[in-house]
Design a protein around this ligand. Structure first.
Ligand SMILES: Nc1nc2c(ncn2[C@@H]2O[C@H](COP(=O)(O)OP(=O)(O)OP(=O)(O)O)[C@@H](O)[C@H]2O)c(=O)[nH]1
Ligand SMILES: [Mg+2]
Length: 199
């Protein structure tokens, strides 16, 4: 497994790293499991902070992987209990982040049980408008039955994300994580690769 470490938690754009290393960014609504999936992909329990209360992450967290590329954990959207000023700050931080040119791919975290929200659909439109390469992850499938999973798949197809770009995952049970590691490694040419477990 490649070495990973927290590089910086950036609260303002001037704290973003200045070099041009490739970045894979993890986006999704608040509490969907962005930090959990980063830990799972890097085989670390507590590298990224996993919160009990939604909307805790207010900064852009940069994780260096093997001094070669980065995973970036951005604050979640769709969190209602933000003040007007907090919402403005959030928009400014996200705009600044997505206006840089280092993003090789986007991992869009979605709810495998509840399907897409309006905010998710807005995010998909934003990402497609900017021509980002997207892998969608339907997380928390340990909570979803077959018909809920099928529904979530269908709503993604409607939003233009086809099956080969959608991975079902549970960060809690580990289901689907190896498949996600392989897909991300191949799709985004991650070097060193994310190593799958040997069981
Ligand atoms: N049942 C279940 N719970 C999960 C799964 N993945 C994450 N969680 C839980 O969901 C909660 C939020 O997880 P985080 O990884 O902190 O989510 P986040 O998207 O980083 O949240 P913010 O940083 O607040 O935007 C935690 O209590 C996790 O333990 C999963 O696959 N299944
Ligand atoms: Mg988080």
């Amino acid at each position: 497994m490649p070495e990973a470490k927290l590089l910086i938690s950036a609260y303002t754009p001037d704290q973003f790293p200045k070099d041009d290393r490739n970045e894979l960014v993890f986006v999704g609504k608040s509490n969907i499991g962005k930090s959990s999936v980063i830990n799972a992909l890097l085989d670390r329990k507590n590298l990224a902070f996993v919160g009990k209360t939604p909307g805790k992450t207010r900064c852009v967290n940069y994780y260096d992987v093997a001094n070669r590329y980065r995973f970036v954990d951005v604050p979640g959207y769709g969190f209602a209990k933000r003040s007007y000023q907090e919402a403005l700050d959030y928009d400014a931080l996200m705009d600044a982040y997505f206006n840089r040119n280092h993003i090789v791919g986007v991992v869009l975290m979605l709810d495998g049980k509840l399907g897409l929200t309006k905010d998710d659909i807005d995010m998909i439109e934003f990402l497609r408008f900017h021509h980002f390469n997207i892998i969608a992850v339907l997380n928390k499938i340990d909570k979803a039955n077959q018909s809920q999973q099928a529904k979530a798949f269908a709503s993604l197809a409607n939003a233009g994300l086809t099956r080969d770009h959608v991975i079902l995952v549970s960060c809690t049970s580990g289901k689907g994580i190896d498949r996600l590691k392989t897909t991300l490694t191949v799709e985004f040419e991650l070097d060193p690769p994310l190593t799958v477990s040997t069981h």
